[in-house]
Design a protein around this ligand. Sequence first.
Ligand SMILES: *[C@@H]1O[C@H](CO)[C@@H](O)[C@H](O)[C@H]1NC(C)=O
Ligand SMILES: *[C@@H]1O[C@H](CO)[C@@H](O)[C@H](O)[C@H]1NC(C)=O
Ligand SMILES: *[C@@H]1O[C@H](CO)[C@@H](O)[C@H](O)[C@H]1NC(C)=O
Ligand SMILES: *[C@@H]1O[C@H](CO)[C@@H](O)[C@H](O)[C@H]1NC(C)=O
Ligand SMILES: *[C@@H]1O[C@H](CO)[C@@H](O)[C@H](O)[C@H]1NC(C)=O
Ligand SMILES: *[C@@H]1O[C@H](CO)[C@@H](O)[C@H](O)[C@H]1NC(C)=O
Ligand SMILES: *[C@@H]1O[C@H](CO)[C@@H](O)[C@H](O)[C@H]1NC(C)=O
Length: 430
Amino acid sequence: MLFLTQLIAIFIAFISHQHEAIAQFVPGYSSVVAPVHKHTDAAKPVYSVQIMTAYVNMQFLHENLLIDLDAPFIWHDCILLWNTYAGGCPPNKLCTYPVSCEEYQCTDVRTTYSYNNPSCPPVNNGSTLPGWGYCTCPVNVVNPVTGSCGEAFLDYDEFTMNTSNGKNVFTGLYGAYPNAACAPSSSFQEFPANVTGVMALSSSPYAFPAYLNEPLKKVMAVCLPSTLSSPGVFFYGNTSYYLLPQSSVDIRSFLSYTPLVNNPDYFGYFIGLSSIVIKTRSIEIPANSTIKLSTIDPYTILRTDIFNRVVRRFSLVTKRIPPAKAVAPFGLCFNASVTGLRVPDIELNLEGGKKWSISTANSVKQVTDDVACLAFVDGGVASEPAIVIGTFQFEDNFLVFDFEKSSFGFSSSLLRKKTSCANFNFTLTN
Ligand SMILES: *[C@@H]1O[C@H](CO)[C@@H](O)[C@H](O)[C@H]1NC(C)=O
Ligand SMILES: *[C@@H]1O[C@H](CO)[C@@H](O)[C@H](O)[C@H]1NC(C)=O
Ligand SMILES: *[C@@H]1O[C@H](CO)[C@@H](O)[C@H](O)[C@H]1NC(C)=O
Ligand SMILES: *[C@@H]1O[C@H](CO)[C@@H](O)[C@H](O)[C@H]1NC(C)=O
Ligand SMILES: *[C@@H]1O[C@H](CO)[C@@H](O)[C@H](O)[C@H]1NC(C)=O
Ligand SMILES: *[C@@H]1O[C@H](CO)[C@@H](O)[C@H](O)[C@H]1NC(C)=O
Ligand SMILES: *[C@@H]1O[C@H](CO)[C@@H](O)[C@H](O)[C@H]1NC(C)=O
């Protein structure tokens, strides 16, 4: 549906150095789109969304930012420089403008929308930048790969995305102007090569959705690829979505919905779970359980009591498959030298009655040539939240967050619909 007003259909990009505005008319679009890459060259697999972050040397810089559903604000590798007009920005470096410690955003982020991590030191007011006279606004950032704390500086940033109708990518661009934080390269230790920041997609007012126009910001769709060879896809906008080869099947027709459940202790998203069923037998879980959706945990994490019950049931229903010695961090592994390993679905019955089916592709991970493991991990006896769904379970599942209706749409495995997250047609069209 092409319903955006002309007002937001006009995109204005600022050329950082000359500060000239280029305006470009954009045809009717219903969404903004970005490719999602899977990265396996770090301690754990992570997924990034590709954003254009600045216009340098007559072209946009492309940055891959790690997808984080729970981060309070966006942060990336850039240089904080006030006086860029005077040629202060090094060539081919991304420079941005600082938020001062006296601005309300600074206090707001530090007091209410900060990383909640006891290992982070208290923040102080930053140093005064030359030629400016105000202090900067240092904030703590927690590296999602290592868990270590670093310091970044709040800034005024500019992110650009391509527009779409849910089927193709248009040449028109869309600009958003978030407050993000600039972090030194040292904050990205053990990140995959080519990932230079964290894209906060949480409910925080400093996460990315908050900076988009209505009605784009109302609906977010994420489709994480299982492969490195072609990208998955990420959208904002309440549109129909298409994946090849079915160019006329709206992916929304595959979705079931469950309410998003509020959890005041987190910026991220939770859904309600009524039962876990494996081959018609229900596994005992605490009453009114919720599931945290996590894009930084690679596998589903279950509190020990739940984990043990799931493993016991799962090993019972797979006892015809020869076992293999368990490989950390997993607890149940199989000898997968026989090809075409197939296991029963793990069914999550969600609040509202809809069922998320976790099929073999999302429940069993091939660890070596002849070992495959149940891709769930034991979070410990006091694990809180008790159930966290991780990225292996999300791969090739189409996920939609409808913030207006506060509901979460999920497709279960797209492979069963003969498509995948890596099947979006990124070819440009006019
Ligand atoms: C930083 O400085 C501002 C302005 O002087 C002040 O309002 C704020 O309380 C200071 N914050 C910290 C953490 O010292
Ligand atoms: C957006 O489209 C342009 C072509 O107009 C392309 O060069 C660029 O890579 C695309 N950006 C992203 C982040 O996909
Ligand atoms: C990083 O990006 C470059 C350029 O797109 C690509 O050639 C290279 O393979 C990427 N490296 C990794 C580890 O993904
Ligand atoms: C999205 O579009 C559908 C179909 O047109 C409509 O039923 C729904 O209310 C819309 N949702 C939002 C958040 O605008
Ligand atoms: C579960 O939710 C129901 C309905 O909201 C409520 O009546 C009940 O007390 C809750 N049970 C627990 C153990 O929290
Ligand atoms: C798997 O089974 C095959 C055939 O019985 C055996 O040769 C192989 O060593 C087993 N591998 C593991 C990891 O158990
Ligand atoms: C992808 O989109 C382009 C541009 O609209 C179109 O020409 C092409 O046929 C599409 N590819 C497939 C496989 O449908």
